[in-house]
Design a binder for this molecule. Structure first.
Ligand SMILES: [Zn+2]
Ligand SMILES: [Zn+2]
Length: 351
């Protein structure tokens, strides 16, 4: 999968640098021949994180433009390349988002980096479209505890937003959410609450009060209040979040059964991971075990109850969560199983 190269043998002005750390490259990917690394470790990191998904897509984007005599051919080539770069940007962004929700921060970094580079290729180096990539890089670094690069990316994002008066509410919302996360980690909870209030304001303006985007802000606020020991507020916020997700997922399920779901409405991988993360946190393992055991007893009392199996599955999941010693999340269940667990929790809690 890799071949050695000698940086000294490169033509003048064409130094190859590592895809991840930008130090001189000594090996190259032998599947695409257009991606270079300082060594095996960075090649492996990149392969696992994003490269295996985009290796072939990179070939036309990074291959020098052939000589075209006709302008129409040149234009056609440019529009094809632009299309590929946009595709690369979208794929790497979704992959980085998904890994972030799964708390695989180290793996999300190479994907986020590629999404920034592709966004720069498509939109230039100071466009507002770079902000989502800056925020992904900031979040990955926050997750890894590297606060100084996180602050650097956030300040570039903030600067870009400030000098773009027509900046959308979605971008403002994402910026405030990320700032909220940074201040939570720094322990400045008041500042974090200020940014999350802004996050919720922009989210409800753009998506509505009871959208799943808005409730993401409430979810983080609950985290702060739980650090402050204000459990009454935490419980009521979690109740709101659970209500929103329940109604969202019920609608989706209904549309799915009726076969009227549109591609925009179905979850992408990142949204599945987000839903999974939130539902698991709210079904905090110890509590989930307790009510799961109660639910199992109740379900056995009801003749022909088809709940026993899902309840057993929930118990198994909760036990797995309790036993998980490291920070990495187990393989994502499909969206439908998150739905089952959640519906179950709603049903049981209504008793
Ligand atoms: Zn490197
Ligand atoms: Zn490759």
């Amino acid at each position: 999968m890799s071949a050695n190269i000698n940086p000294l043998a490169n033509p003048k002005g064409a130094n190859k640098v590592c895809e991840l750390c930008e130090k001189p490259a000594y090996i190259q990917c032998t599947k695409c021949f257009v991606t270079f690394y300082c060594g095996r470790e960075h090649q492996n990191d990149d392969w696992v994180a994003i490269h295996k998904k985009v290796c072939q897509l990179l070939i036309p984007v990074r291959t020098p433009v052939p000589y075209y005599t006709l302008e129409v051919e040149r234009e056609h080539h440019c529009s094809q390349i632009l299309q590929r770069q946009t595709q690369l940007m979208e794929i790497s962004q979704t992959v980085a988002e998904k890994k972030l929700f799964e708390k695989r921060h180290k793996e999300s970094l190479p994907a986020a980096l590629l999404s920034l580079r592709s966004a720069m290729d498509v939109f230039g180096t100071s466009a507002i479209q770079l902000v989502p990539a800056y925020l992904l890089l900031a979040e990955a670094n926050i997750g890894l505890g590297n606060l100084s690069p996180a602050e650097q990316y956030l300040s570039w994002a903030e600067w870009t937003v400030v000098r773009t008066p027509e900046c959308s509410q979605t971008v403002c919302q994402k910026l405030h959410r990320c700032m909220g996360r940074l201040f939570i980690v720094k322990g400045n909870l008041e500042e974090a609450l200020f940014h999350l209030a802004n996050d919720i304001y922009y989210a409800s303006e753009e998506y509505g009060q009871d959208s799943i985007v808005t409730c993401g802000g409430y979810f983080l606020m609950a985290d702060i209040f739980s650090k402050q020991g204000k459990m009454d507020i935490v419980n009521s916020l979690y109740k709101e979040v659970a209500k929103t997700w329940h109604s969202h997922l019920s609608t989706l399920l209904e549309r799915h059964i009726q076969n009227t779901i549109t591609p925009e409405e179905s979850f992408d991988e990142a949204q599945q991971a987000e839903a999974d993360q939130m539902l698991r946190s709210m079904l905090e393992p110890v509590k989930a075990l307790e009510f799961g055991k109660r639910a199992l007893l109740s379900s056995r009392l009801v003749p022909d109850c088809n709940l026993t199996e899902p309840v057993q599955r929930l118990l198994q999941l909760a036990e797995e969560d309790l036993n998980a010693a490291n920070e990495s999340w187990p393989e994502l269940p499909p969206c439908s199983s998150a739905h089952t667990e959640h519906q179950l929790s709603m049903k049981v809690s209504q008793r």
